[in-house]
Design a protein around this ligand. Structure first.
Ligand code: 16G
Length: 245
């Protein structure tokens, strides 16, 4: 500790002092998650600092992930994300995973209907030209916090009516005797684009995991091809490894 610190006159440039004060207000809960910060101009007036200094402090706090700036609406205290650990050795559904952790799942539908598949989906599902698929595209939340975007395509003989899925897809599949028994999953690192970042409540360019899952029945028929984008700051994927012999 430098003398300036314990004497109360905290040392360092003024923007660092302001940054610390805002940090402390967040730590002490004076500024609650998701609450908005007063406008730059107001902070400058209240603190007798120049707007350049205020901007610099805020910029630092955005950089370190304590604040988030939303275009057109201002600066907010970033909600702390609850990280979850996800096993890579069990075939489970999002709803199951969250239930097991005692977290409540909600979904926001972005698309649900019968549509023409993308070329990648045609290949993954082994479809013929002109075949339609059941499309389920949703933002998945745990305890109200956005966790992942999932865009699923299923052959129509597996899921003839996508509107039947109101919460859990795997629950509907189980009821119709088409719950997959195995899946191949591919995970790729991505930087989130504007729209995905906005839906997931993170900054554009933030780290994400793009996951493609192809699920199969016992007889090797494909049940689903799902492309998901998971928040990089919310997930740890864990697999148990054994010594190869
Ligand atoms: C998981 C699966 C997804 C599946 C969904 C069903 C990954 C990467 N993806 O999120 O492929 O469609 O679960 O969840 O794990 P639901 O039964 O809750 O709708």
């Amino acid at each position: 500790l430098k003398p300036g610190d314990w004497l109360g006159k905290s040392a360092g440039p003024r923007y660092v002092q302001l940054r610390r004060r805002i940090e402390q207000a967040v730590e002490q809960g004076i500024l609650q998650p998701n609450s908005s910060l007063p406008p730059e101009r107001e902070i400058a007036e209240l603190t007798d600092l120049s707007r350049v200094t205020v901007r610099k402090a805020i910029h630092d706090l955005v950089d370190s992930g304590i604040l988030i700036q939303r275009q057109g609406s201002g600066t907010f205290v970033r909600d702390k994300v609850q990280r979850v650990e996800q096993s890579l050795s069990r075939l489970t559904s999002f709803s199951d995973d969250m239930k097991r952790r005692g977290m409540e799942t909600t979904s926001t539908w972005l698309e649900r209907g019968v549509v023409l598949p993308s070329p990648e989906e045609v290949v993954a599902l082994g479809l013929s030209a002109g075949d339609s698929v059941a499309r389920l595209y949703r933002l998945r939340q745990a305890e109200g916090q956005p966790m992942a975007l999932e865009r699923a395509a299923l052959p129509l003989d597996i899921l003839p009516n996508p509107l039947l899925v109101t919460s859990s897809l795997y629950e509907v599949l189980e009821a119709s005797g088409t719950l997959p028994v195995r899946a191949i999953q591919r995970i790729t690192a991505v930087n989130l684009g504007h729209r995905e970042a906005e839906l997931l409540g993170v900054e554009p360019g933030a780290a994400g995991l793009s996951i493609r899952r192809t699920s199969y029945l016992e007889n090797d028929r494909v049940v689903e091809f799902t492309q998901s984008t998971y928040r990089g700051d919310a997930y740890d994927f864990v697999a148990e490894l054994r010594l190869a012999n």
